[in-house]
Structure formats: C-alpha cells, structure tokens
Design a binder for this molecule. Structure first.
Ligand code: NAD
Length: 394
C-alpha cells in the first residue's frame, strides 16, 4: 500500500512503517555516534516506550549504555487496510535493531494502568533479565481507568482560578489566533492528577518491588515540564501542572519506599519538543515554534533523542546526579537560559499570522510533527508500495 499522511488537526490518522523504522534507525545512529556511556544502567524498563521521550530513553539506554530493555506501551497494530499507530512501528523496529545488536529487547502492548499489564511485565522481567536497575515512567495519556474501582478519570488542559486567553497557533490553517479557556473545576483538577500525577508511578514501583524484580540501587525517573511564564496559566499553574506537582510528591514517597534497596526516584524536567502529547496542548505549539527558531539560531536546539542522550551521558551516569534545589534533573537548562527566554518573550509580543515565518520556525514544527508519523524522512520513497502489517518481533 502507498501511505500518505492524513492529518486531522493535531493528529495524523496514517503512519508510514518504513519512515517510522528509519526515524528509529537515525536516533540509534545519533546515540552510537556519541560513543558508549560509562556507568549507565544495564537492565531498563521503560513505561511509555513507543514514541516521544520514552522511545528516545529506550534508544539511549540500549545503544548508549548497552542496556537490555523492556518496553511497555499502548499502540494499535495494523488491520483492515489501516496502518498501525506509529508507536507500533517504532517499537517493532527498535526491538529488531536491539536484538541484531545482541541485546535483550522485549515489548508489551496494553494498558499500563491496569494490574494485568503490570503482572505481565513482571513475568517478562523474571523470564528474561531477572531484575531491572532502572525504571523510566514516560506515559502521556488523556485518560486512566482505576484498576481498583473501575472508574475512568479524564485529564483536561485548563487554567485554575480564572479563565485564560492568549495567542495560539492553528497548525492546520497556519494562523495565529486567540484561544480562550474557562477555568477548571475541582473535579477537573482531581481527574487530571489521577491520570498524569504520580499515583500510577507509585503503583508500578510497589508492584515491581513486591515481586522482587528491582535491583539493589535501582533508579526510577518520571518526566515533567515547567516552561516559560507565557505558558504557566495553561501548563505549570493549570491542571496539568497540578498533576506534575504530584509527581514530585510521588518521587519522595517512592524514594522512601526504596530505602532498603538504596534506590532513588527522580523527576527530570525536560525541554519542550514536538510529540503527540505536546501538540495537543493549547498555546504550546506556538511557543515551541518560536523556541525552535531561537534555539536553532543559538546552536543549542535539541529534540527527544539529543535530550535523552544528554540525560544518560551527563546526569544518570554520574555518582552524584546533578539536580536543582528541589532535587529535580533540569534537562530544560538550555531552554530556560535567560537570553533564550528574553528573545522568546520579544517574539511572542510581535508574532501574528503575517509575521509567523519571521518569528517562528513553523516549517520546522510541521516537519517534526510529520516525522512523528514517519513522514518527510530523508531516504524514504513515499511513492513506493509498502507492507503495513509489521509483526512485533517475539
Ligand atoms: P508521547 O505521546 O510521545 O508518548 C506517550 C507514551 O505513553 C507512548 O509510548 C504511548 O504508547 C504511552 N501510553 C499512553 N497511554 C498508555 C497506556 N494506557 N498504557 C500504556 N502506554 C500508554 O508523549 P511524550 O511527550 O513523550 O510524553 C512523555 C512524558 O514526557 C510525559 O510525562 C510528558 O509530560 C513529559 N514531557 C513532555 C514534554 C514535551 O514537550 N513533549 C516536555 C517535558 C516533559
């Protein structure tokens, strides 16, 4: 089948199997070109490992540190003439490449919030690598069904206290418009925290610990975001920010519970990048487009793989992991440099539909967005008939 992109707002309903595999290959080559990482983990579980930061974490762990990895994700296989979701193709390509390199690489597809998938993962660890030295928690989901009560919580992206109005990018129409969002209710805050907060991370760590599959000195990380003041009402001070604050709470609780193993839980604050999750947040695509223009000009722009490579190389392989005063890893250090943020603020005031190309890297944003689905990747012939039914290597 010849596969073309079919974009619907902040989603693309098709994905290209060869393009996704090539994207994974290029990320692997990037990590390999940087040389091996000394002192990194050797057995890693990544929860949310098929796209975005989780995918790049798994690639950096496998090809930088030489780690055996198990990946957990929720993706749609192909069927009935439809392509699979991109994470499916990414995971299949990564498993194959890691196995070709002599590493253990196993994938489990299902609902990570459920007890069943936690049990399956534990069994897979026992059957293959015995224990894990590191657990990366990189889920981004709009909903979560509580395995105890059966209740489904739904996350929302809303300001807290008062309504929010600001510039926004309509990526379909290439128009800078104004978005206005009503404030969250207490229920919205609770629901978002239940989905994107630390509760499920704690449940994973308790289950893994109870099953005896965490190694001495185990490390676990969850990813967060802070960003500039212009996005605070909708992000840091909004419902998602409350959920992220709950990750900080969970990190402290998990660290306490890992004391007998000498383990530690950390939150890593990462840079804003184009992923399926970030493209759905109001205001953020406009901010990212401006940020990319400025960071590319400054020569310090990074995507997911550059960020995750730096995480393992400069932070996680250190005996004394560098953190901020609140104990968080700050991979957003270059994004938050005062000179970068001053320029962002200036561009933000001046940007409108007519000046979009002058003040923002909209083409770069769109290219990154299409890459998420395997399109626009150098070396891929998009006119070619391709096999869309790709099995997950067993
Ligand atoms: P993403 O959408 O690319 O990846 C989400 C992952 O979660 C995928 O592997 C998906 O399969 C998996 N997933 C979703 N629901 C699942 C379920 N029920 N069961 C199993 N797997 C499920 O998102 P991302 O942007 O890489 O986000 C990962 C983390 O990084 C999030 O915590 C996010 O807040 C954080 N973060 C993102 C950015 C950014 O700019 N994208 C910046 C800083 C931090």
């Amino acid at each position: 089948m010849v596969v073309k992109p079919r974009v619907r707002s902040f989603f693309c309903i098709t994905s290209h199997p060869v393009g996704c595999a090539e994207n994974v290959r290029q990320q692997i080559e990037y990590v390999k070109s940087r040389g091996s990482v000394e002192g990194g983990p050797k057995r890693v579980l990544v929860i949310g490992s098929s796209t975005g930061y989780g995918l790049s974490s798994r690639i950096a762990a496998a090809f930088g540190c030489g780690a055996d990895t198990i990946g957990v994700f929720f993706e749609r296989p192909s069927g009935k003439g439809r392509t699979a979701s991109p994470g499916w193709y990414n995971a299949a390509a990564l498993d194959q490449a890691a196995r070709d390199a002599g590493l253990v690489s196993k994938s489990l597809n299902g609902d990570a919030f459920s007890n069943e998938l936690k049990e399956q993962t534990i069994q897979e660890i026992k059957d293959t690598i015995g224990q894990v030295d590191q657990v990366i928690y990189s889920l981004a989901s709009p909903r979560r069904t509580d395995p105890e009560t059966g209740e489904t919580w739904k996350a929302s992206l809303k300001p807290i206290g008062e309504s929010f109005e600001n510039k926004n990018l309509d990526t379909d129409k290439k128009v800078v418009d104004i978005v206005s969002i009503d404030p969250a209710s207490e229920e919205d805050i609770l629901h978002t925290t239940k989905v994107m907060g630390g509760e499920d991370w704690e449940r994973w760590m308790n289950a893994l610990s109870g099953a005896g599959v965490l190694a001495e000195g185990v490390q676990t990380l969850a990813y967060s975001y802070i960003g500039p003041e212009v996005t605070w009402p909708i992000y840091t001070n909004g419902t998602i920010g409350r959920a992220k604050a709950d990750l900080d709470r969970a990190a402290r609780t998990i660290t306490e519970s890992l004391s007998s193993l000498g383990g530690r839980a950390l939150v890593s604050v990462n840079k804003a990048v184009v992923t399926q999750a970030s493209s759905a947040i109001p205001v953020v695509p406009l901010y990212i487009s401006i940020l990319f223009k400025i960071m590319k000009a400054a020569g310090n722009h990074e995507g997911c793989i550059e960020q995750m490579d730096r995480l393992y190389r400069d932070f996680l392989s250190e005996d004394d992991i560098p953190t901020d005063k609140d104990g968080r890893i700050r991979l957003d250090d270059w994004e938050m440099l005062p000179n970068i943020q001053q320029e962002v603020a200036g561009h933000w005031v001046r940007i409108n539909t007519d000046t979009l190309s002058e003040y923002a890297d909209f083409d770069g944003y769109q290219a990154d967005f299409l890459r998420l689905f395997g399109f626009g990747i150098e070396g891929v012939d998009y006119e070619e008939d391709v096999e869309v039914e790709i099995p997950m290597p067993r």
